[in-house]
Design a protein around this ligand. Structure first.
Ligand code: SF4
Length: 488
């Protein structure tokens, strides 16, 4: 048993049936589908061995790797097996993504349906487990929380105390978690909030390789982003790319476990792998993809930019040919954010680079057309209620969505959340929704319903049991479609 136990809540400890798009389902509040069925469809629990999940969230694996490197005894366990593992634990580390449902997708859905999303519900359920309270009383267990959603605790000060959290670590923590966990293990004082300073940000050499497999084979290929959008937290960190050898080592950890057969390459813009500016680096990208495709059954990307695709159509086609040797499509998340060049110029002036922000509409249409032709399926985000947004900006976004009609994709409108350089701005809520916003929301829902059956057919046609499950999702989509049309 470890002196340190690591875990995450049920919505994060899932492989989403090996389809990250389904992970969006954790942002929804309980709805017309019975909870047990909804949980199975969108975030089934991971398989475990003696309470240890076969795979775990990549961020949790990185924390585990760093703590192991520093000599701690670490146990990574499934949330449903916590009780058996807390006996001798001195510290419980919890990985968070969107603990209070304040992320853009969950805020939007919670605001519309006026209910708390599943992910917030499960985070609180985890912290409310009697075994944690008991371990706090008996062993003086300390609870340390970290991960991409750590910023949300700044907006929920009272919950920090109520949930018995001792320390929240915000930022890339490799260089600081060792000292924080050591102090906690030794029963010393630890700070309530620890914001990692830019000077403490780890270099590539300081970031350890994962030692146990990650969910769906997710592996980082780099950190940071050079585009500097004002509403984004990532932009506050330096840009670093992993050498291909480091990526291959982590790929081996996943594949050698026998629990993972594919890879999801994670970066803010996979198309810029190895690049020092906003122009893709052909040699590095081809080398990376050839290495990964040779070893894996399937590949997906976490995020990429339409500007990088549009700037290098031939290279993008070449990557698509490499990837499609073993699969019929691949997925990615892409930020469109607005159709208004004026807004683009103000808050994300480099998003269109190497093109000018004035050309944002054309860049999006060009990039999305190339994605469609080359079987890359994007889940795109739009931001509703950006500061200084005017009615004509919303109209321009609606014109853009119209132009994306024939392109296989999902388009998800998200309410503005004040992050990055805009963190002192106001939150956007449903009370600020005007008629145009509502039309935009309905337009996006109609776009998604147009494509969702096609996407389900592409995602769930290879195995008989998947074909069966597909019918449940189609049923869910039909009911959701009816509900949206009732609102109209
Ligand atoms: S391109 Fe994406 S990751 Fe980069 S700064 Fe903009 S929103 Fe953030």
């Amino acid at each position: 048993m470890g002196e340190i136990v690591l875990t995450a809540d049920r919505t994060l400890m899932s492989n989403y049936h090996h389809n990250e798009f389904l992970g969006f389902g954790t942002c929804a509040p309980p709805n017309f589908i019975p909870e047990w069925l909804y949980s199975y469809l969108f975030f089934p629990p991971l398989q475990t061995h003696r309470g240890h999940p076969w795979t775990a969230p990549y961020g949790l694996r990185k924390a585990e790797a760093q703590l192991l490197k520093e000599g701690f005894k670490v146990d990574t366990v499934s949330p449903s097996h916590l009780q058996k593992h807390l006996g001798e634990a001195k510290v419980l580390g919890i990985h968070v993504m969107d603990p209070f449902g304040l992320g853009p997708a969950s805020t939007t859905l919670a605001s519309i349906f006026k209910k708390e999303p599943y992910l917030a519900k499960h985070f609180q359920a985890l912290l409310s487990k009697p075994c944690i309270r008991e371990a706090k009383q008996k062993n003086r267990l300390k609870v340390i929380v970290g991960g991409p959603g750590a910023w949300q605790f700044r907006y929920r000060e009272s919950a920090v105390k109520e949930l018995g959290i001792d320390c929240i670590v915000e930022g890339e923590a490799e260089n600081v978690i060792g000292k924080l966990f050591k102090a906690a293990v030794e029963g010393q004082e630890i700070p309530r909030h620890y914001e990692v300073d830019v000077a403490e940000t780890p270099s590539i050499e300081e970031i350890p390789d994962i030692v146990h497999p990650s969910i769906n084979g997710l592996i980082e290929i780099g950190r940071g982003c050079c585009r500097g959008c004002q509403f984004c937290n990532v932009t506050l960190r330096p840009l670093r790319w992993y050498p291909v050898e480091k990526i291959e080592r982590e790929l081996n950890v996943n594949l050698d476990s026998g629990k993972v057969k594919g890879a999801c390459l994670h970066a803010e813009d996979v198309m810029l792998y190895g690049s020092k500016n906003t122009l893709p680096n052909e040699e590095k990208l081809v080398q990376l993809h050839e290495m990964v495709v040779k070893r894996c059954e399937g590949i997906s990307w976490s995020h990429c930019s339409l500007a990088a695709i549009a700037s290098s159509p031939k290279l993008f086609e070449k990557l698509s040919e490499i990837i499609l040797q073993k699969q019929s499509w691949w997925g990615v998340e892409i930020g469109i954010e607005t159709g208004s060049p004026e807004i683009a110029k103000k808050i994300m002036p480099a998003k269109a680079h190497p093109f000018s922000a004035e050309k944002w509409h054309e860049v999006v249409v060009e990039g999305m057309g190339l994605a469609h032709d080359n079987k890359l399926v994007p889940a795109c985000t739009l931001i509703v209620g950006l500061p200084e947004e005017k009615e004509e900006d919303v109209t321009k976004t609606m014109d853009l969505v119209d132009d994306l009609n024939g392109m296989r994709s999902l388009i998800v409108p998200l309410f503005f959340v004040p992050l990055g350089h805009l963190k002192s701005e106001d939150w956007f809520t449903n009370t600020k929704l005007n008629e145009l916003h509502k039309q935009l929301l309905i337009q996006c829902a109609e776009h998604d319903f147009r494509w969702v059956d096609n996407l389900l057919d592409m995602s769930f046609s290879d195995k008989w049991y998947k074909r069966l499950t597909k019918e449940f999702y189609k049923g869910f989509s039909t009911i959701a479609k009816r509900k949206v049309r009732e609102i109209e």
